[in-house]
Design a protein. Structure first.
Length: 129
């Protein structure tokens, strides 16, 4: 199973864990901004040789058996515009923000893929006011 290869850890101690930032309680029917950051406490290096390739954000409504993908971001500038032997001209920081409008409580799941260290995940539940 793929789940055997998905890693998780305390995001304050591991630079690969996607951190989900959103309120603990949200208002039903109102838009909510959610930010996913890889390397929030310990920065991920994001170099041409070691980078976060993509991150995704899923929502599982309370009691549901399926997830809904809210957002997916490909981080594609891993030293783009760099002349051979020169320092990277630009690298993409692994941060995505999505806005969604929940009508029920549930759990957000974030995944991120490092080209060297594989697939990482985290989760965060929220309640409704």
């Amino acid at each position: 199973m793929l789940s055997d290869y998905v890693k998780s850890a305390d995001w304050a101690k591991e630079k690969h864990v996607p951190v989900i930032d959103c309120p603990e309680t949200v208002e039903a029917g109102k838009p909510v901004a959610v930010t996913v950051t890889v390397g929030k406490e310990i920065p991920h290096p994001n170099t041409p040789g070691h980078f976060i390739a993509w991150a995704s954000l899923h929502f599982v409504p309370a009691g549901a058996k399926l997830s809904v993908e809210l957002a997916r971001c490909e981080f594609s500038a891993h030293g783009a515009g760099t002349a051979e032997g020169a320092a990277p001209a630009v690298v993409t920081e692994p941060v995505l923000t999505a806005v969604f409008t929940p009508t029920v409580p549930g759990t957000l799941y974030a995944t991120a893929y490092c080209n060297i260290h594989g697939l990482w995940e985290s989760e965060k539940a929220f309640a409704l006011k």
